[in-house]
Design a protein around this ligand. Structure first.
Ligand code: NAI
Ligand code: MG
Length: 482
């Protein structure tokens, strides 16, 4: 098919004129904005324009200590004593305030992190509000969630989150912690601090007692200071497997509780009997959603041999229609890569793939000259031993393999150090159940992909980490006796 001669969309940019950003952000500790003790700051940039959006405080050990002390005091004196029903009201209020300011949050999320406005508007921000709503409802019903168990909070939770879903990950972490009666010190990732800081504004306006949620910014050293602080009861981390392993080592023997949500290399499996057009949409959504910066991305495609040519032809046609570019444009499908470092990492993997003998394919789409962009990419003729098949790339890069039998594809799909997610496309319910019991992955989607809901637990096997977020499981990660 030839798409080049067809019509093209006129620009449909979302306005950022209603968004107010400060030049400089301080640390949100004990309900107040506090300057970092050492006076250090770093820039956060818009990856689509490479322009600096704001300066953000860099928290050092001293600031982390202040934040943990504030969280401990709030836990001991207010939050652990408050009736659960009252706790729930604050969480509802935060959910509503996110909804009220949804447009502002979406715009800032896209500006700071590069994701398309359509995704931040339709996925990240509404889901973040939903997480607060959902856990608000549980706050006074914990004894029903865990009958006969007298669940109790752990105390102070240190929470470290990544840059791919900044506000949503803050919601995943904060909402269940508050609902279960814990207090929080949260650190967003260094390239995407702004929506967490905006959330701090909401938390302040909501009247949540001082110190219940503290939001401090910084990079790896700040995260490590949280992990190693002696008065933290629980660490919840989402990020790379390398850092997750380091965290696990450093808290071994301390009695701190830990949940780790790490990387993935999910198999997305298309059987001959699947609805192929629908499956092609699922492949696109599986790997190109959020520029492929998704821990559960369907980054390894397995197509049954009999339909492989057809699926690949349809996939290539579909990719010709993908629009890569300005994240603020409502037509954009694939926005900017989150940072210069991540783009470099992705480009290294493109080179590795070619050097390993795989065949690289990219559609003819134009990409902007300025900013960090990467076209959607396929790799053919890949095998299990290729690094591009084994390692998480965290970009819009899909490896493609074929298979003949169910046994073969299960073996290939499970032949990975990771085990976070998988996708199965088939017309047969029995085949779905067979696959879901044999695939070693925490989440398995059938005839859909990348669907998230606060009621549904999420988490991995093997090097994808342990512990579950979402649903009842997400509550028990913040409770004793559950
Ligand atoms: P990262 O794991 O270094 O960053 C995640 C968070 O951990 C950030 O808030 C960071 O400041 C913090 N952090 C870094 N070092 C720390 C330490 N020693 N102790 C405590 N906290 C620490 O991930 P990075 O370097 O940004 O990305 C590298 C690769 O990791 C990506 O290419 C991707 O493959 C993977 N990744 C996976 C994510 C997932 O959701 N599974 C999220 C982010 C990255
Ligand atoms: Mg940024």
């Amino acid at each position: 098919m030839d798409f080049s001669s067809g019509f093209s969309y006129a620009p449909a940019p979302e306005s950022s004129s209603h968004v107010k950003l400060q030049k400089q952000y301080e640390l949100f500790i004990d309900g107040k904005w506090q300057k970092p003790v050492k006076g250090k700051y770093f820039d956060t940039v818009n990856p689509a324009t490479e322009q600096v959006l704001a300066r953000v405080a860099e928290a050092t050990d001293e600031d982390v200590d202040k934040a943990v002390k504030a969280a401990r005091k709030a836990y001991d004196t207010v939050w652990s004593k408050m009736p659960a029903r009252e706790r729930g009201k604050y969480i509802y209020r935060i959910a509503r305030m996110i909804q009220e300011r949804a447009r502002e949050f979406s715009v800032i999320e896209s500006m700071d992190g590069g994701k398309s406005i359509r995704e931040s508007r339709d996925v990240d921000v509404p889901l973040a509000a939903n997480h607060f709503f959902y856990y608000a409802g549980w706050a006074d019903k914990l004894e029903y969630a865990f009958p006969g168990k007298k669940p109790e909070p752990l105390g102070v939770a240190g929470q470290i989150i990544p840059w791919n879903f900044p506000l949503l990950m803050a919601a995943w972490k904060i909402a269940p912690a508050l609902a279960t009666g814990n207090t929080v010190v949260l650190k967003p990732a260094e390239t995407t601090s702004l929506t967490a800081l905006k959330l701090a504004e909401i938390i302040q306006e909501s009247g949540l007692p001082d110190g219940v949620v503290n939001i401090i910014t910084g990079a790896g050293a700040t995260g490590a200071a949280i992990v190693n602080h002696p008065d933290i009861n629980k660490i919840a981390f989402t990020g790379s497997t390398g850092v997750g392993k380091r965290i696990q080592q450093s808290i071994a023997g301390t009695g701190k509780r830990l949940t780790l949500e790490l990387g993935g290399k999910a198999a997305n499996i298309i059987f001959e009997d699947a609805a192929l057009d629908q499956a092609v949409e699922g492949i696109v959504n599986g790997i190109f959603f959020n520029q492929g910066h998704v821990c559960c991305a369907g980054s390894r495609l397995f197509v049954q041999e009999g339909v492989a040519d057809k699926v690949i032809r349809k996939l290539k046609d579909r990719m010709e229609t993908l629009i890569v570019g300005d994240p603020m444009d409502k037509n954009t499908d694939i926005g900017a890569i989150n940072s210069a470092e991540q783009l470099k990492r992705i480009k290294e993997y493109l080179k590795i793939g070619v050097a390993e003998g795989a065949e690289m394919y990219q559609p003819s789409c134009a990409i902007p000259k300025k900013g960090y962009f990467c076209p959607p990419t396929l790799f053919f003729h890949t095998s299990q031993s290729h690094r591009i098949v084994q390692e998480e790339i965290f970009g819009p890069v899909l490896t493609i393999q074929t298979f003949r039998t169910v046994e073969e594809v299960i073996e290939k799909a499970n032949n990975t150090p990771y085990g976070l997610s998988a996708g199965v496309w088939t017309d047969k319910g029995s085949k779905i159940f067979n696959m879901t019991t044999k695939l070693k992955a925490g989440v398995i989607w059938a005839n859909t992909y990348n669907k998230f809901d606060p009621t549904s637990p999420f988490g991995g096997y093997k090097e994808s980490g342990f512990g579950r977020e979402g649903g009842l499981h997400g509550l028990s990660a913040y409770l004793k006796n559950s």
